[in-house]
Write a protein that binds this ligand. Sequence first.
Ligand code: ZN
Length: 132
Amino acid sequence: MYKYISTVPLLLAISACASLSGNMQESTHQINIDKIDSRSTKIGMVSLQPEETGLWVRGEVARKIPMRGPIFGHVHIDVFGENATKLVSLIANHQRPNRQALNARFSKQIPVEPDRVKRVEITHHPDRHCQS
Ligand SMILES: [Zn+2]
């Protein structure tokens, strides 16, 4: 089992009523992403997009040994805030965009205020049924 840690800088909301004082109202917020692969499947690129209604998590999974055919399993998305408190925990299914694709994609909107999020952990489970 491999564990990759990467950091994605997010540019959060820019105030619409910026004053002329010269102060930029934008803040850069960093959310760590941990990817936990399963034995057969690795988690590829993951992107986070903060929106008013929550945090969109999008990503890709692929077989460790590239070959055609279905990619089984699902991903767990766990979202942590300050002091490693778990805020939300969700399951997302991944799908290949077409039958030739070697990668499957997942996307999920997480109902959480993006500024509260410190870390997102994505775990691949290779089977159909959830085992927690
Ligand atoms: Zn599971």
